[in-house]
Design a protein around this ligand. Structure first.
Ligand code: PMP
Length: 447
C-alpha cells in the first residue's frame, strides 16, 4: 500500500488529489498552475462561483462584529435578516428558518422536527418515514436511513432506523412503453398509497423526497403531476411532506425552490449547498407556521440543537449570496443558461450511442451512460466508467460530478453538471466540449 498523500482523511484514503491554490469565478487553480472549470459547482454548491468580493467582504465585516455567539444566549441581526429573507421568498405558509451547518444536518433536523410535531399534537404513534429508492439525503445516520442509495447504506444498515422506500420518479427507466408521463406519475402515487396503507396512514410521520434528484440519481426531474399527487395523498393522511432541496434548491433549477415549478407546497424544506454558495458551511430547514405553532403551544422548544446553529459568519455569507442572486437577476440567468447547457448537451450527446438520457432543469443537468440505447443496459459497474470520465475531465481541466451505475442495472453511470450561475456562454461551450472529449476517452479505455 502506498503511503497516504496527506494527513487529511479523504474519502479515498490513497487518492492523489491536486492541491487547490486559488479560485476565482468559475475556475479553480491548483498549485501546479493548472486551471479547472468548476462545471459541477463542487457538488452543486458554488452558485456564485469563487472569490466573490462582496460575499467575502460581508464575511469579514461579520467576523469583525461578532464571529460567534451561541444561540442559547443570543440571536444576531444577520441570522434574523437571513431568516426574514428566506421566509419572504419561501413557499406559502413557511414562517421560520432553522439554521444548521450543512445538508445532512438539515435533513436530521427536519426528520426530528416532523417527529416532534406529531408528539406535540398528540399523535405519538406516528413513527414511520417513507422515502425513495435512488435518493440521497446525506451521510449521517438518520439521513442515510431515509436515503435510497444501497451502496452507501449497505454496511451501515444494521444501525439505521427502519424506513420504507418506494420507487423513484425515474422516467427514463421507470415509465413503461406506451405509458404517458402523467400516467407513470400517478402509478408512482398509487405505489406510495399502497405503502402508506400497509403501514397505516395514522402511523406515518412523513414522506421524504428530493424535488429533483441529485447525488445518487443525476438530475431526476419529477414527471408532471407526480409531486402534486404525492402532496394530496400525504395531506389526506395527515402525513408531512419533506422536500429535500439541499442540492436542487436555492435557484439551481431556475426558481429559488424547485418545488415552485411543481405547484407544490411542502411542510418542511431542507436547503444547504447553494444557500451559502460554499463561502461558509450552512444549511437550513424552512418550516410551515403550523409546525412551529405546535412547538410554541406545546413544549415550547424544538428538542434539538448543535453548537454552530445560526453561525453569524455563515449567515452573513448566505445573506450576501442570496441578496446578490436576487439583485443580479440570476434566477432568470439560470433559466437562460440552463436552456443553453441543455442545447449543447443535446448537440454533443443527443445521438451518442452510449448516452441514453439527458435530463435536468436549469443549471442542473445530467447525462446517463448505457452500453446501447436500445437495451438501456448500464456498463458493468466494475469498469467504474463514471470515475474514468471524472479522471479524463480533470485531465482536461474540468470538474464534473460523477456517479456509478448499479449491479442490478437499476441505474447507469452518469455525470452531473451544476456550473455557477455566473457562467458565460463561452464557459458552457468549453464545459460541453471538454466533457464530450473526456467521455470519448473514457469509453475508449473500457472497450
Ligand atoms: N440532501 C441532498 C439532496 C444532497 O444532495 C446532499 C449532499 N449531496 C445532502 C442532503 C447532504 O448534504 P451535506 O453533504 O452538506 O451533508
Amino acid at each position: 500500500m502506498n503511503a497516504p498523500d496527506t494527513r487529511i482523511l479523504h474519502r479515498q484514503i490513497h487518492h492523489r488529489l491536486p492541491v487547490a491554490a486559488h479560485a476565482s469565478g468559475v475556475t479553480i487553480t491548483d498549485t501546479a498552475g493548472r486551471d479547472y472549470i468548476d462545471a459541477s459547482g463542487g457538488a452543486a454548491v458554488s452558485c456564485l462561483g469563487h472569490g466573490h468580493p462582496e460575499v467575502i467582504a460581508a464575511m469579514h465585516a461579520q467576523i469583525d462584529r461578532v464571529a460567534y455567539a451561541h444561540t442559547s444566549f443570543f440571536t444576531t441581526d444577520v441570522a434574523e435578516e437571513l431568516a426574514a429573507e428566506l421566509v419572504r421568498t419561501a413557499p406559502e405558509g413557511m414562517t421560520h428558518a432553522y439554521f444548521v451547518s450543512g445538508g445532512s444536518e438539515a435533513v436530521e433536523a427536519a426528520l426530528k422536527m416532523a417527529r416532534q410535531f406529531f408528539v406535540e399534537i398528540g399523535q405519538p404513534q406516528r413513527r414511520h418515514f417513507i422515502a425513495r429508492q435512488q435518493s440521497y439525503h446525506g451521510n449521517t445516520l438518520g439521513a442515510l436511513a431515509v436515503g435510497g442509495n444501497e451502496w452507501r447504506r449497505r454496511q451501515f444498515a444494521p444501525l439505521l432506523i427502519p424506513v420504507t422506500h418506494v420507487s423513484a420518479c425515474y422516467e427514463y427507466r421507470g415509465r413503461a412503453d406506451g405509458e404517458t408521463a402523467e400516467a407513470y406519475g400517478q402509478r408512482l402515487v398509487q405505489e406510495l398509497a399502497g405503502a402508506i396503507d400497509r403501514l397505516g396512514g395514522e402511523n406515518v410521520i412523513a414522506f421524504v423526497a428530493e424535488t429533483v434528484g441529485g447525488a445518487t440519481s443525476g438530475a431526476l426531474t419529477p414527471v408532471p403531476g407526480y409531486l402534486k399527487g404525492v402532496r394530496d395523498l400525504c395531506s389526506r393522511h395527515g402525513i408531512l411532506l419533506i422536500l429535500d432541496e439541499v442540492m436542487c434548491g436555492m435557484g439551481r433549477t431556475g426558481t429559488l425552490h424547485a418545488c415552485e415549478q411543481e405547484g407544490v407546497v411542502p411542510d418542511l424544506i431542507t436547503i444547504a449547498k447553494g444557500l451559502g454558495g460554499g463561502y461558509q458551511p450552512i444549511g437550513a430547514v424552512l418550516a410551515q407556521g403550523r409546525i412551529v405553532d405546535a412547538f410554541a403551544k406545546g413544549s415550547g422548544l424544538f428538542q434539538h440543537g448543535h453548537t454552530y446553529l445560526g453561525h453569524p459568519v455563515a449567515c452573513a455569507a448566505a445573506l450576501a449570496v442570496q441578496r446578490i442572486i436576487h439583485r443580479d437577476g440570476l434566477l432568470t440567468e439560470v433559466q437562460r443558461l440552463g436552456y443553453g447547457l441543455r442545447e449543447r448537451l443535446q448537440a454533443a450527446f443527443g445521438a451518442h450511442d452510449h448516452v441514453g438520457d439527458i435530463r435536468g432543469r436549469g443549471l442542473f443537468q445530467a447525462i446517463e451512460l448505457v452500453q446501447d440505447r436500445a437495451s438501456k443496459n448500464p456498463f458493468d459497474p466494475a469498469l467504474k466508467l463514471h470515475a474514468r470520465i471524472k479522471a479524463q475531465c480533470m485531465e482536461r481541466g474540468l470538474m464534473v460530478y460523477p456517479m456509478g451505475g448499479t449491479i442490478d442495472g437499476a441505474r447507469g453511470d452518469h455525470v452531473l453538471l451544476a456550473p455557477p450561475f455566473i457562467a458565460t456562454d463561452a464557459d458552457l461551450d468549453a464545459i460541453v466540449g471538454r466533457l464530450a472529449d473526456a467521455v470519448q476517452a473514457a469509453l475508449a479505455s473500457v472497450r
